[in-house]
Design a binder for this molecule. Structure first.
Ligand SMILES: Cc1cc2nc3c(=O)[nH]c(=O)nc-3n(C[C@H](O)[C@H](O)[C@H](O)COP(=O)(O)OP(=O)(O)OC[C@H]3O[C@@H](n4cnc5c(N)ncnc54)[C@H](O)[C@@H]3O)c2cc1C
Length: 481
C-alpha cells in the first residue's frame, strides 16, 4: 500500500510503528539518535547510552493489553522476550495469599497476564525482532533536525520525511515517534501551524533504584505498591532477577524530594514502606547503581487533525509525542503500541491522506481518550491530596467527601474482597476496557455498598497497610547514615 514510511525515533512508539507497518510498506526507515543496544540484557541495562530516552532506567511496567497485543499481532516478539528472560505473571500470581487459596480460574483471566521486564530488555527484544524483518532499516546515530514538507497545488502542507545531519530521508508518510521531548510543535510553528494540545503537570517527581537478586536468594512473591497520600511507591519485579523500587514524591514537597534523592535516606524510606523492605534486604538483593531522579513529568494530548483536517498531510504522531501520560500508571509503552496498530489500521483502510488522519484520530479518541481523561482527573485529585498533606488547601465540599468515603470504604474494599470486582477493575486498569464502566456496573455497586454497610471493623483485614506518616519518613531520612 505504501512505498516508504519514515519514522523519527526508535523508542517504543517508533519500534512498534515499524513492526505494525512493515507488512504494509515496501520500506520502513527508523531514524534514531542513540546507538544500537549492546548484545546482552545486563549490558543493555548498564551500558546502553540512551540519552534520547532517559527514562529507560526507571521502573517500567507493561499493561496486560501489551501481552494481549503481542500474542495476537507479534508472537515472535513475545518469543524473543521469553528468550531474553522476561517473565509472564498471571492474574492468580498477583493475588494475596488468602485470595489465591480460594482462586478458581475464569474465562478472561488469561487476558490479565503481564510481562515483567526492564525497559532496556524489552527494547532489546524489539530490536532483535525488527532485525528479522528485511524491509525495516533502523539507522542508529541519525539525529533528526527537521520535518521535510512541500505545499501541493492547493497550498496544503504535505510531509515528505525528515532531515538529519547526514541529509534528507524522504518517504510517503512521516511518523513522529520522538517521545516526550519531540520537537514537532516547534517545527510546525516555524511553518506557521499551531499544534493544539491539552495537558497538565503530573505533579510528581520520580526516584528509582534498581536491584539485582543475589545468587541463590528468593525474591518476594509479589510486587508491593502503595499510596500513602503524601508518597506513592512501587517495588516491581523485572527480568533475570532484576527489580526496581520507585518513590513518586509530590512536586510540591521539597523536603521529601531532597530525602528521596539521597541513596542512604532513599533506602531508609523504602525499608519503612509496607511490603517494600523485603525487596531491598541486603541478604536478598544488591543495588544496581544509585537512585535516579526524574522530574518535569506531564500529561499531554496533541490534536494532529483538528476538526478532522490534518495539520500536515501524511504526517502522523505515535507514542508520547501524541499522548503523554503520568508514568505512575505504567501505560505509556502500551499506549504507544496500541496507537501504532490503530495507525496501521487507518492506513490500511484508506488511501486518502485526510481520511487516514481522521480515522486514526477518531480511533485514538475512541480507544484511549477516556483513559487519558481519567488519568488527568486522578492526577488532579492526587495533587490536591498532596497539598492537603502539606497543610494547604481548603476543606472539600461534602459531596466530594461523601464520594471519597464511598471510594475508600466501599469500592476500595470491594475490589480487595470480591475477586469478580478485582477482575473488572483490572480489565480497565490494563486498558482492556474503557475506564469507569466497571464502577458503574450494578454488580460492582452492590458489592461496594455491601462492603460499606459491613462497616470498617468487619472490613479491617481489607484495608491496605497504613505505612509511616510523612513526619516519620522525614525523621528516618534525617538520620545519619
Ligand atoms: C520516569 C518514567 C517512568 C515510566 N514508566 C513507565 C512504565 O512503567 N510503563 C510504561 O508503559 N511507560 C512508562 N513510561 C512511559 C514510557 O517510557 C513512554 O510512554 C514510552 O517510552 C513512549 O514511547 P515513545 O516512542 O513515544 O518515546 P521514547 O520511548 O522516549 O522514544 C523516543 C525516541 O526518539 C528518539 N529521538 C528523540 N528525538 C530525536 C531526534 N531529534 N532524532 C532522532 N531520534 C530522536 C529518542 O532517542 C528515543 O529513542 C515512563 C516514563 C517515565 C518518564
Amino acid at each position: 500500500v505504501i512505498g516508504c514510511a519514515v519514522i523519527l525515533g526508535g523508542g517504543m512508539g517508533g519500534l512498534f510503528s515499524a513492526l505494525a507497518l512493515a507488512p504494509l510498506c515496501e520500506r520502513v526507515v527508523i531514524l534514531e539518535r542513540d546507538p544500537p543496544p549492546p548484545a546482552s540484557t545486563d549490558a543493555a541495562f548498564s551500558d546502553w547510552a540512551r540519552r534520547g530516552a532517559s527514562q529507560m532506567r526507571h521502573t517500567h511496567a507493561f499493561r496486560a493489553r501489551m501481552t494481549h497485543l503481542l500474542r495476537r499481532e507479534h508472537p515472535d516478539v513475545l518469543a524473543q522476550l521469553r528468550l531474553l528472560g522476561v517473565r509472564e505473571q498471571t492474574f492468580a500470581e498477583t493475588l494475596p495469599d488468602a485470595a489465591r487459596r480460594q482462586y478458581v480460574a475464569e474465562p478472561g483471566d488469561d487476558d490479565l497476564t503481564v510481562l515483567l521486564s526492564r525497559r532496556s530488555t524489552f527494547e532489546l527484544a524489539l530490536h532483535r525482532s525488527l532485525a528479522a524483518r528485511p524491509n525495516i532499516e533502523l539507522r542508529s546515530g541519525a539525529f533528526v533536525t527537521g520535518l521535510l514538507t512541500r505545499r501541493d497545488a492547493s497550498g496544503t502542507l504535505v510531509a515528505e520525511g525528515f532531515s538529519t545531519a547526514d541529509g534528507a530521508q524522504r518517504g510517503d508518510i512521516a511518523i513522529d515517534a520522538g517521545g516526550r521531548t519531540s520537537p514537532l510543535a516547534e517545527w510546525l510553528e516555524e511553518l506557521g501551524v499551531a499544534l493544539p494540545q491539552v495537558g497538565s503537570s503530573a505533579g510528581i517527581v520520580y526516584f528509582t533504584q534498581f536491584f539485582q537478586l543475589r545468587p541463590g536468594a528468593t525474591a518476594p512473591t509479589r510486587a508491593a505498591v502503595g499510596d500513602l497520600g503524601y508518597l506513592k511507591f512501587g517495588a516491581i519485579p523485572a527480568d533475570n532477577g532484576a527489580h526496581s523500587i520507585t518513590l513518586a514524591v509530590p512536586e510540591a514537597d521539597l523536603a521529601l524530594r531532597q530525602a528521596a534523592a539521597r541513596p542512604d535516606s532513599f533506602a531508609r524510606i523504602v525499608a519503612a514502606l509496607p511490603g517494600a523492605s523485603a525487596w531491598i534486604d541486603p541478604a536478598v538483593a544488591s543495588p544496581l547503581g544509585r537512585p535516579a531522579g526524574m522530574g518535569d513529568l506531564k500529561s499531554r494530548w496533541r490534536n494532529m487533525a483538528p476538526n478532522g483536517e490534518p495539520l500536515v498531510r501524511n504526517l502522523f504522531s505515535v507514542g508520547d509525542s501524541l499522548m503523554l501520560t503520568n508514568p505512575l500508571y505504567g501505560r505509556g509503552c502500551t499506549l504507544a503500541a496500541i496507537e501504532a496498530h490503530l495507525l496501521r489500521d487507518a492506513l490500511q483502510a484508506h488511501a486518502d491522506p485526510v481520511a487516514r488522519a481522521r480515522t486514526y484520530a477518531a480511533a485514538v479518541c475512541r480507544e484511549l481518550g477516556g483513559h487519558f481523561e481519567d488519568m488527568r482527573r486522578m492526577d488532579a485529585e492526587a495533587v490536591e491530596a498532596a497539598v492537603a498533606h502539606l497543610g494547604g488547601g481548603t476543606r472539600a465540599p461534602w459531596p466530594v467527601r461523601i464520594k471519597r468515603h464511598y471510594l475508600r470504604h466501599g469500592l476500595g474494599i470491594a475490589v480487595r474482597r470480591h475477586l469478580e470486582v478485582t477482575r473488572r477493575s483490572l480489565r480497565a486498569f490494563h486498558l482492556l476496557e474503557a475506564p469507569g464502566r466497571w464502577q458503574a456496573d450494578p454488580r460492582t455497586v452492590a458489592a461496594a455498598l455491601g462492603s460499606l454497610l459491613r462497616g470498617q471493623r468487619a472490613n479491617a483485614g481489607y484495608y491496605p497497610p497504613p505505612g509511616p506518616s510523612r513526619a516519620q519518613v522525614l525523621e528516618l531520612a534525617a538520620l545519619k547514615a
